[in-house]
Design a protein around this ligand. Structure first.
Ligand code: N01
Length: 565
């Protein structure tokens, strides 16, 4: 997998030579890591990014209150001990500005910026069979021919605006949390509407609630929100983080979800009621995702156990929110804890005690339309200066299907995946040689950088193998892909998440109802990667250009022996 030499004079020109070995799309956490790994492996590299800066999700989602809900040091890059030692995270759960600073620091620290082109959104990517290369066109008029195309375009990168009549007619300021402007939005003294109470909405609401003249929250489904319990990282904690680096990496690299939180050893009814309540209180005061991972072992297995925890949470909401009617609306009645991805908050319920913060329950009074000056529901019209759409994303496949990807024989990815994505390990799909998408659909179960990083490591290892064995294309075989995809589909019903979750695509009208995460989790990914390496890539088809011209590609896609995907 090296750049083809120029033809000697007098020879007929061969297939076009690639400009680079590896083109990465997206300057988010996964794309930065992929760029670094590919360059370190000796490939010529480039990265194109639609935004004007580094960060991906953490570039676009710069709304007030945006922050990690995984511990900062566990979400960070761990490939360099020096990097870890020199960057002191200020908070256990860093806010967006610190995250963006960190990612820029990494890019400069490892001299990656010179490979990056910003404001370059991919509009098409077409596979050329004879040359075994991808021709990638960007909206800024650029064109790159690459041997390997890595779409690190993320799962939460295409904001979703609901099709509400009149949305375009609103004459005030209108924003989506996932497309937040780089210039500050002035909320002071404004009448503000926030539509949506997922993780983004519930982070934003308490931060602006004290600043605005009035805040109206439009809630369709209440969420089980629990405290993030963030704190600054004290000097002794900083020192301990550094001292424990190797142990931390070991825990993160082997944890099923990529977190430091350990599993509990007791089930709900192992404890008498008094101890149970004390444990619930301890969970309420624990950081972030420990409320899911370190909870009673039967939390997501026994509906009665989950209901006990929910009753405890409902009591907390009733204790915080002074208006009983508002409190009742804020308590979910239609799903159990963690059936949807749980949001973690700071001061969310408390915000509803402020005099000018109102909750509109869209189940009672649905939005009828947006008017030029406000929002009309069945209860009447409210006027606003600013409307914020915190209405989520076209999860998993959104970005990939909008990139104009065409593989072998002109096959459009959007057509091939019309009924849902089909992948192997969530990194490749048959019919699209040399295309990889770490951090895409069938990935991202848990602490994303850890899981996506595993995939980047695998992609890098794979393209090194291809190069070192004298091939220049690699494509997963259909059988391995179908086995992985049916594993994902089959296990979807065992997932914590219900079809109410956007992880099934249910938030987007007309989208196929398919589970979009790897339902086997990280242990299944590890097991399958081990099988692939052990079988010497038996599930993959590899070719070299001389073979392609005589149709002698090496079809190695005999499937993995003994796999149980
Ligand atoms: O999006 P969401 P998000 N009318 O899809 C509502 C990550 N993240 O941006 O539930 C009215 O969760 C919708 O209502 P309903 C994290 O993975 C992480 O908040 O469909 N309302 C819901 O309330 C997260 O899960 C952090 O009934 C409508 C909201 O909009 C993911 O991003 C922070 C509507 C959408 O919630 C997405 O979160 C932020 C309509 N027509 C985000 N359509 C961290 O803390 C939709 N809604 C790291």
């Amino acid at each position: 997998m090296t750049t083809s030499p120029e033809p000697a004079s007098g020879q007929s020109p061969g297939p076009p030579a690639p400009d680079v070995d590896v083109l990465v799309v997206g300057a988010g956490i996964t794309g930065i890591y992929q760029l670094y790994r590919a360059r370190e492996a000796g490939f010529s590299v480039q990265l194109v990014e639609a935004g004007d800066g580094v960060g991906g999700t953490w570039y676009w989602n710069r709304y007030p209150g945006a922050r990690f809900d995984s511990e900062s040091y566990t979400y960070a890059f761990l490939f360099s001990r020096e990097l870890f030692d020199e960057w002191e995270w200020q908070e256990h759960f860093a806010g967006q500005p610190e995250i963006e600073r960190y990612l820029n620091h990494v890019v400069d620290r490892f001299d990656l910026r010179r490979h990056m082109r910003f404001g370059a959104k991919v509009t098409s990517a077409t596979y050329d069979e004879p040359s075994g290369t991808w021709r990638v066109v960007t909206g800024d008029g650029g064109e790159v021919r690459t041997r390997v195309l890595v779409a690190a375009t993320g799962v939460l990168s295409v904001p979703y605006f609901p099709d509400v009549p009149g949305r375009e007619d609103f004459r005030g300021e209108s924003y989506h949390t996932g497309l937040w402007p780089t210039t500050p939005v002035d909320f002071a003294g404004k009448r503000v509407a926030v539509i949506g109470t997922g993780s983004s909405g519930v982070q934003l609401i308490p931060v602006i609630a004290g600043e605005v003249a009035s805040l109206t929250v439009y809630q369709r489904t209440a969420n089980w929100c629990t405290p993030l319990n963030n704190a600054p990282i004290a000097p002794d904690e900083q020192a301990k983080l550094r001292a424990d680096f190797d142990a931390m990496c070991e825990t993160l690299n082997t944890s099923p979800a990529g977190f430091l939180h350990g599993a509990h050893d007791r089930a709900t009814y192992d404890d008498p009621e008094e101890e149970r309540l004390a444990f619930f209180e301890q969970m309420w005061n624990s950081p972030g995702f420990s409320k899911l991972i370190s909870h009673y072992t039967d939390l997501m297995v026994d509906p009665a156990a989950n209901a006990e925890w929910c009753e405890f949470l409902a009591g907390k909401v009733r204790g915080i929110v002074r208006d009983p009617a508002t409190a009742e609306k804020l308590i979910p009645k239609d799903h159990r804890f963690a059936e949807k991805r749980p949001p973690f908050v700071h001061g969310y319920y408390e915000a509803f005690n402020l005099p000018d913060v109102m909750l509109v329950d869209l189940k009672e009074t649905p939005i009828l339309r947006v008017t030029p000056s406000g929002i009309e529901t069945a209860e009447g019209i409210r006027e606003f200066d600013i409307v914020v759409w915190a209405t989520g994303f076209d999860f998993g496949t959104g970005a990939l299907l909008r990139m104009g990807i065409r593989g072998r024989d002109g096959l459009a990815l959007a057509d091939d995946w019309a009924d849902g994505p089909r992948t192997f390990l969530g990194v490749q799909t048959a019919g699209f040689p040399n295309l990889f998408f770490p951090g895409g659909p069938h990935a991202a179960a848990g602490n994303n950088p850890r899981y996506n990083g595993d995939q980047v490591d695998f992609v890098t290892e794979t393209i090194v193998y291809v190069r070192d064995h004298g091939y220049d294309t690699v494509e997963v075989g259909r059988e391995a892909q179908e086995r992985w995809t049916s594993m994902v589909d089959r296990n979807a019903s065992k997932s914590n998440f219900g079809e109410i979750s956007y992880y099934f695509g249910t938030n987007i009208p007309g989208k196929p109802r398919k589970y979009l995460l790897n339902s086997g989790g990280r242990p299944k990914l590890f097991a399958m990667i081990a099988e692939v390496l052990q079988s010497d890539y038996a599930a993959f088809r590899m070719s070299r250009s001389s073979d392609r011209s005589t149709d002698r590609s090496t079809d190695r896609s005999t499937d993995l022996t003994g796999t149980s995907a």
